[in-house]
Design a binder for this molecule. Structure first.
Ligand code: AMP
Ligand code: MG
Length: 358
């Protein structure tokens, strides 16, 4: 009898605590993240738990913005505004999105000097990228010269009514800038609606951060080791509103006649860039980070310094394609980049890079 009595008391105690547990509002502390596929790559939105109420709206803004950029600018979609401009040499009317993209692209191309040129689509396709077919043999000097001798985006005139070329149209590869442009567009829209929000937006490995990951921790991004697939060389603590982009030879390449060729082309020679393994850039916005990482990859060790001077608000890490790994970084990057202990001795001062002037 005593035993039954004890069991009943114990059951009552358990039920009482279970009841209390149900009543106490549980704190949801896990961060929110959603990953999706768009523009042929992976996108994600991450927020701390504190944003859980706003998360669905923020996510919808990001998805709608990336979809809109893809619809207007995809070179794989014959109905996109960019495809119409390529085909007809004119676009009228023009959407505000495409107008802003073309204006920004012309400005950034000029700023990046001779290292970034989105008019290279014919050359890039010759090497098998951006919709081209991988050739079985190396392109000939004549083929490269022909492809290089194509109209440039600088010849495009844009006004209220539309965009048009006086002569033959340039064929633009948005691949080196569209991700950054799309990130900035989505970032600004989310920020406009939620000025105090904390979030990290990623498109194809390029990121833009707002606020912090947690109350006392900034957003952090791991920097990939260019020679070891699963390894990282350190982390960047991203200041609020800043962006990070990386251009690496390991990201995309092709193999022709047994040799590997990177997907980034030197606009001067029409050949894929060699000698560089990876460039990571920290900038006040994603468009600049995207363009500058590609342009510094082309500029290489000899010309990185004068090019970077044209973007004084950006910091950079540059890794040449040789081992043991050498990690060159701008002095200002030290405040944000923390190499893992195993790589501390591999850090090199930016000043050691080639000292050619513009
Ligand atoms: P990213 O991965 O941002 O460095 O961009 C590389 C992509 O930009 C390539 O896959 C091409 O679509 C395009 N691209 C390649 N070389 C250049 C260049 N020199 N200037 C502008 N875009 C380029
Ligand atoms: Mg880029």
């Amino acid at each position: 009898m005593k035993l039954v009595y004890r069991a009943i008391v114990l059951l009552c105690i358990i039920l009482f605590f279970w009841y209390l547990l149900q009543r106490t509002p549980r704190k949801i502390t896990a961060p929110r993240e959603e990953i999706w596929i768009v523009m042929g790559t992976v996108a994600s939105l991450r927020t701390p738990a504190s944003e859980r109420e706003h998360f669905p709206v923020m996510l919808q803004i990001a998805k709608d913005t990336f979809d809109a950029v893809n619809r207007k600018l995809s070179v794989y979609d014959p109905d996109s505004e960019l495809s119409v401009l390529h085909r007809e040499g004119a676009l009228s009317p023009i959407s505000p999105l495409t107008k802003s993209f073309l204006t920004t692209t012309i400005e950034m191309t000029e700023k990046a000097n001779d290292f970034f040129d989105p008019s290279l689509l014919p050359v890039i396709q010759l090497w098998g990228f951006s919709g081209g077919v991988t050739p079985t043999n190396l392109p000939t000097a004549d083929q490269i010269a022909d492809a290089l001798d194509s109209p440039r985006i600088a010849d495009l005139s844009i006004d209220q009514t539309g965009a048009r070329y006086a002569g033959k149209p340039a064929h633009i590869d948005p691949g080196g800038i569209a991700k950054g442009f799309a990130l900035d567009l989505a970032f600004e829209k989310i920020e406009q609606q939620f000025p105090d929000a904390h979030f990290l937006l990623n498109l194809g490995g390029e990121m833009r951060a707002k606020g912090k990951a947690e109350a006392d921790r900034p957003w952090q991004i791991g920097i990939q080791h260019p020679f070891e697939k699963q390894a990282a060389i350190g982390i960047i603590r991203v200041p609020s509103r800043f962006a990070v982009a990386t251009s690496g030879h390991y990201e995309r390449y092709t193999e022709i006649e047994g040799e590997r060729y990177a997907h980034i082309i030197d606009p001067q020679t029409g050949w894929p860039v060699s000698g560089m393994a990876g460039v990571t850039v920290l900038s006040p916005n994603s468009t600049e980070a995207d363009v500058l990482s590609t342009a510094l990859f082309v500029a290489g060790e000899q010309q990185a310094n004068p090019l970077r001077k044209r973007f004084p608000e950006s910091e950079a890490i540059l890794i040449p394609d040789r081992e043991p790994i050498e990690i060159y970084m701008t002095p200002g990057m030290q405040a944000w980049f923390e190499p893992y202990p195993a790589f501390r001795d591999n850090i090199q001062p930016w000043e050691k890079l080639g000292t050619q002037t513009e």
